[in-house]
Design a protein around this ligand. Structure first.
Ligand code: HEC
Length: 142
């Protein structure tokens, strides 16, 4: 093998290791790769497809809402590991829903996500509707 080939091979090895899927992604990158397609760049959502994530922190204020945010299929069945789910959800709440975030918000941890993910939510729309109705009843949302 000549010198040029050696160098080229070295570059390939280096690039391959850089592109390894075990590389740590930032929460915003995790969002972009896994959630952005439905919830859009600024969490604005797509009418009829995915709800906006702006205001998602309102769910933390009603009973069952904290669990709902993780048990929802787009989250619990994502390709992300438990720690990544916790990171991306904390990021979403602080980025898209800063104004609604309760001052005593306790960030999700990988361990909490693991437990919530083990629960299969059966009636997603019904669960969401009753949580939103509860927000309205408590005047959290108009
Ligand atoms: C295929 C489209 C799709 C993808 C991809 C997706 N979601 Fe969703 N998401 C939805 C839909 C639809 C809902 C409403 C509940 C339901 O019907 O599942 C939802 C609900 C939510 C909610 C609750 C907010 C509310 O108002 O109900 C959160 C939080 C959320 N998604 C976060 C995420 C995150 C984080 C990811 C990426 C890991 C993600 N979603 C990926 C479609 C998607």
């Amino acid at each position: 093998m000549n010198r040029t080939m050696m160098m080229a091979l070295g570059a390939v090895v280096m690039l391959t290791s850089m592109a390894s899927p075990t590389r740590a992604e930032s929460p915003s990158q995790l969002y972009m790769l896994n959630c952005w397609g439905c919830h859009r760049p600024n969490g604005e959502g797509i009418a009829g497809t995915a709800p906006p994530l702006q205001g998602a922190a309102d769910f933390l204020k009603v009973k069952g809402g904290r669990q709902y945010l993780i048990e929802v299929p787009g989250v619990s069945q994502s390709a992300l590991n438990d720690t990544q789910v916790a990171e991306v959800m904390n990021w979403i709440l602080r980025t898209f829903s800063k104004e609604q975030l309760p001052p005593d918000f306790k960030p999700y941890t990988g361990e909490e996500v693991k437990q919530l993910r083990a629960v299969k939510m059966l009636e997603i729309t019904k669960t969401r509707d009753s949580l939103v109705a509860e927000m309205v009843a408590q005047k959290i949302r108009p």
